[in-house]
Design a protein around this ligand. Sequence first.
Ligand code: EPU
Length: 417
Amino acid sequence: MDKFIIEGGNKLQGRVKISGSKNAALPIIAAAILTDEELILKNIPDLKDITTMINLLKELGCFAKKENGTLYIRCKNIKSSKAPYELVKTMRASILVLGPLLARTGVAYVSMPGGCAIGVRPINLHLKALEIMGANINIDKGYIVAQSKKLTGGEIYFDTPTVTGTENILMAAATAGGKTVIKNAAKEPEIVDLANILNNMGANIEGAGTSTIIVNGVKKLGGIEYSVMNDRIEAGTFMCAALITSSFIEIENAPVYAMDAIVDKFREAGGIVEQKGDNLIIAGGKIIKPVNIKTSVYPGFPTDMQAQFISVLSLAEGVSIVKETIFENRFQHVAELNRMNADIVVSNNQAVINGVETLIGATVMATDLRASASLVIAALAAEGVTEILRIYHLDRGYENMETKLANLGAKIRRIKA
Ligand code: EPU
């Protein structure tokens, strides 16, 4: 397993370019199942999770070729309706093929994603919504077996807003008979990106980005060319890297329109942000101010930025409180940060962060994607050398992170296993 060696204490400077969004690209690739024509998808990041999704679609019979960030994908014929355990166990987002497969072939056989490092992560709401649309669903030997000759529209209310649940139902409803209304839908910008491409493919979707989405089913979707939105979480992660090292950097292609909550907490912590077109000029303050954060659904503060901000706040002048309200076990980075001299106490879903003067390099272990990013951020500011093990988690969701950081002047290297 690869690891990072980071020598802390260097300021960052220069420009970094943000890649296409992982969480927008994953459902958009799955949407290729809905048409027998070709999708040309631009701005697709080079990531482990993206490769897994492409391999999954190939397994179903789709043709896919990726060249310089552009994915050519065509599901002319679907040969198999099975998303096997071997692929799903490496990426929960494989569940995103459930809705489109069922819509296209009338049957989907998808391995149940288990829990993961950050929580139990049930998919009951995806299944309940598909049942409302007429699907017959059973669980057989760890697989979801979903069948429906023809999905029909229906009134769906999500008990809690679910991102991939909303995306699955958007895709299932796009070609269903009649009208589907999704209430208490998730409002994340990645859902708007998916609705945009579906509408360009010929779907009739209104209200994406609000809590009520209306989908009028159409007969057929077609192929088109589409460029995926940029990654707001990657942009936020580089903002945290600048904040913790009191650096001045320029972030190119940040999806600023989708980053209000991140920018707000960044400023509260003492950072300066200026928008210049699609770029963000970022300056860390002289000191880091303590900040209280509560994660919530969009447009609230994203759970996917919680770990990175905790690293920054571990060096704040004072006490910060961070509440995690989306996932029940998303504080695994804390124990590792404490090994680097942070002083953080977790109780239930709340972390109390007593700012310390210095973080000290140590050998630490990445436990999930955003936890890995938080350790990298802490290491950039720590005294001495930090060795971060198991960075395969990071490779799932950050494109060329070490190259991007090294170009900004960080002393970071990857040791190949
Ligand atoms: N939930 C249910 N039942 C369901 C679905 C969700 O109870 O059927 C609960 C979850 O347990 C959780 C809450 O609803 O408490 C929200 O979960 P959601 O379904 O929105 O999460 P997700 O769709 O599985 C996506 C992102 C995550 C991100 C969350 C929250 C993708 C591929 N994944 O997951 O991204 O943290 O939304 O914003 O879009 C990451 O990129 O590091 C990552 C984990």
